[in-house]
Design a protein. Structure first.
Length: 517
DNA sequence: TAGCACCAC
DNA sequence: ACCCGTGGTGCTA
């Protein structure tokens, strides 16, 4: 028998508690009082899942803050494998659970001081203790909550989609004069460009592209293109959303339990999987039908709270651009404002506003005339003019972009409002190769903006956790609350979210209420 | 497993 | 033809 003391290195698994001390791993049955201690973890989420309350250190998150580039979605490697290799030059020796636990605990023992010092030097200790570890607890709660699915409705939708798909499929075969696998880009391109002799528009590595842009262009010439677009949309929605969600519904609770990866991105955003709840359709009419399948429990109701224009507000804050700051201080329609500058007139129609909106987003992504011209389907020279007009008006934004790139070239990293950082390899940002260099430049610009937005939503998550969060979709939180408390809750949530940080422009949160998403 | 395609913010 | 940022997922070959 042994005690768990404050600041012990601990793991909990299958109702056993493990502790690393003096080179030895101790194991015994978990006791309730173990959960009251302030402990050090390899991965706090696993401990929070086992009801630990106070976690003082998390090796995986500490490593993520020091260098967020390892997004585990990009590799099949587990954090333990990655950390052993990166810091200790070791391979994961044994693969049974107990041995892995032992290696995790030992890694904490060996690396904690080093990483804590590193975080101190980078002024990121607070980010770990006050943001990431608490967020880990919030994520744990969100994953436990899950979200209810109306399976009857979804099954009905599935039938409807399948009927439509069959019909469209038949149509396509008739128009093509042959049966083939529409889901195979290879076979499709053979039908379009050989059999039907349509003109290819662009190439991929392996042949001619059949993407949406191409098919949109081809629909001017041949009716099959439009049918294929319809087929694609329906098929995508059915397989990725309806089928997969149905397969993930817990038959007892009628809920799905999406998981979140706290080190899933290089910017600080959280990613989601099983299913990727952050990509539930919303833009198309059919997509919105799928949203309706997510319902609140009896007696409960959803509160959706999303930050309005958060990334542009952050750009205003970071750049201190006079005109952009002014726009947000006065709650202007900022896409409209940009359109007026681009088109040099007051009266802006919907199409022109769309152009302004695209340009505003393009700035955040690190703009290039080429990219903008493709996005807007306009001449590259015109795109160039638009960008010049933009920067001529938003001079502070232009200056901030230049300064940020310079900072990265000299320091080898960029940072967010909360001092989250992303390493920018000097060899990349200073590369002779224009494509490589400009790609890193775009990352330099996008990361502080996207990353600061994630800083803000993370504070919001921590402060609103008591309201029963069921989803996090980057700049949006969805809560499931008692119907009779909806008014006070939504007021409080909005208040909390709008005041997580005091920026040079106000944060604005839009709140919606509903029985489905 | 890579490549394509496409959903979201 | 080319990357305008961050992801996850389903399909084919």
């Amino acid at each position: 028998d042994f005690e768990i003391d404050d600041f012990d290195i601990v793991e909990i698994y299958n109702n056993f508690v493990y502790k690393f001390k003096d080179g030895i791993v101790y194991k015994r049955v978990l006791k309730p009082e173990d959960l009251e201690k302030r402990i050090l973890a390899f991965d706090s989420k696993s401990l929070f899942k086992n009801n630990a309350k106070f976690i003082e250190f998390d090796l995986v998150l500490a490593d993520y803050l020091v260098d967020p580039e390892f997004a585990s979605n990009k590799s099949t490697i587990e954090p333990i494998e990655y950390i052993l290799l990166k810091y200790l030059g070791q391979k994961l020796n044994f693969k049974n659970n107990e041995q892995i636990i032992a290696q995790k605990l030992k890694a904490v023992y060996l690396l904690k001081d080093e990483l804590e010092n590193e975080l101190k030097n980078l002024e990121m200790e607070k980010l770990l203790k006050e943001i990431e570890i608490p967020v880990s607890k919030v994520i744990c709660d969100i994953e436990r909550n899950g979200i209810k699915v109306d399976t009857d409705y979804l099954l009905h939708l599935k039938k409807e989609f399948e009927t439509n798909l069959k019909e469209i499929e038949k149509n396509i075969y008739e128009l093509a004069g042959i049966r083939f696998n529409i889901n195979s880009p290879k076979q499709l391109s053979d039908v379009l460009f050989n059999k039907l002799k349509l003109k290819p528009i662009k190439k991929t590595k392996t042949g001619y592209s059949t993407d949406t842009e191409t098919l949109l262009e081809l629909s001017k010439i041949h009716p099959i293109a439009k049918k294929i677009l319809e087929y694609r949309e329906l098929f995508k929605l059915k397989t990725t959303y309806i089928d997969s969600i149905l397969s993930l519904v817990n038959p007892i609770t009628k809920r799905i339990y999406p998981q979140y990866n706290q080190r899933g991105t290089s910017t600080g955003r959280i990613s989601a999987f099983n299913p990727n709840i952050q990509t539930i359709p919303i833009k198309s009419e059919l997509g919105r039908k799928i949203r309706k399948a997510f319902i609140s429990d009896e007696g409960k109701i959803f509160i959706k709270a999303d930050y309005s224009q958060i990334e542009l507000r952050i750009l205003a804050h970071l750049s201190e651009d006079e005109n952009l700051v002014y726009a947000f201080l006065n709650d202007f329609d900022v896409h409209m404002a940009t359109s007026r500058i681009i088109f040099q007139k007051d009266d802006i129609n919907d199409e022109e506003r769309r152009v302004g909106k695209t340009i505003n987003f393009a700035i955040i992504y690190g703009i290039s005339p080429y990219g903008l011209s493709k996005q807007l389907n306009i001449d590259e020279n015109l795109a160039k003019q638009f960008i010049e007009s933009y920067f001529n008006y938003y001079k502070g934004v232009k200056m901030w972009i230049e300064e940020t790139k310079k900072f990265a070239r000299e320091n080898g990293f960029v940072k967010t409002i909360l001092n989250r950082r992303r390493i920018i390899p000097k060899i990349g940002i200073n590369s002779q190769n224009k494509v490589i260099r400009e790609a890193w430049e775009r990352i330099c610009i996008n990361t502080p903006v996207q990353g600061s937005a994630s800083d803000i939503i993370k504070i919001a998550m921590i402060r609103t956790n008591k309201y029963n969060i069921v989803l996090q979709i980057h700049d949006e939180l969805v809560f499931e609350v008692d119907e009779n408390k909806v008014e006070t809750c939504s007021k409080e949530i909005k208040e909390i979210m709008e005041n997580v940080l005091n920026l040079k422009v106000p944060l604005k949160v839009d709140v919606e209420i509903g029985k489905n998403l």
